[in-house]
Ligand binder design. Sequence first.
Ligand code: MTE
Ligand code: MO
Length: 316
Amino acid sequence: MLIKRVLPWVIPDRLATPESAFFDRRRFLAGLGLLAAGRANATPFELPTTHGIPAPANPAAGTYPASRNGRFSLDRPLTEEAVAARHNIFDEFAGEKDKVAIAARQFRTDPWRLHVGGLVPKAMTLEVTDLVRRFGLEERLYRHRCVETWAMAVPWTGFPLRKLVELAAPVSRAKYVRMVSAARPDEMPGWYATRRVFPYYEGLSLAEATNDLAFFATGIYGHPLPPQHGAPIRLVVPWKYGFKSIKSIVAIQFTDERPGTFWNELSPAKYAFSSNVNPAETLPWSQAQEEMIGTGEKRPTLPYNGYGELVASLYA
Ligand SMILES: Nc1nc2c(c(=O)[nH]1)N[C@H]1C(S)=C(S)[C@@H](COP(=O)(O)O)O[C@H]1N2
Ligand SMILES: [Mo]
């Protein structure tokens, strides 16, 4: 893969042993309050759930395909589904893009609980199917741009992240939201093989998370997400490089301090917390141009991946 030749994408051996992965995972989960660590009620499954929240009015709200939100239109053709489904980055499963779909095929994604905690009045454990019924689904066509300079155009199905933030109702001191991916090494063949320190984790400012564009996807191409795209629930922030769009999320936590993020902590000089798509950037490879996967079409990179009108004010 392009990046592997350009920079030390692989972490040092010192950090790559299963033992340190375990240590790091414990440290991270402890930070999220997901380890028992002697405290009662510290595991996600003992926390309150959505049971008791009234059923949504529209029983069809969780079905696919969802109606398309015409506000988000594209300047290029959609990538073919078969192409997008065989070109993935999900290192917990495999380090090669064409191997991820096969390596992730058996991953169990139902039932799936999402833990919501941190600076909220009440921590919650939510079933993804309940969330979908509660919020309903819409389809959005978004550009999708990896820092490696390949790009796609994808129809996501999901709901605005803002709806989940509103449900969680973080206290006013909360300024960031941190998210963590599933940690099931036994079902993830890349967990040790790719020599990264998992689980994967990401974060956004609360202003970013409540922007109109920030989306939680549960589906793609009119049906539920297949595992390689981050089933059953993943972030989509199309004005940022793809690595910000964390997959298979199990926990989100509201914080008052900027959270660490996976690539930023591996290589802070290259991968900033914000990581907005920027044609002027050199990492050291140029971001001026991108290549559409499937067609090979080359296009000039757009600032904020073409979403400046919606997001540039966040950074003014
Ligand atoms: N948990 C997790 N999330 C992840 C990644 C990953 O390796 N693990 N890769 C990221 C990168 S680099 C990109 S470009 C996108 C790719 O999403 P796609 O395979 O659905 O196109 O997922 C992002 N989310
Ligand atoms: Mo990426």
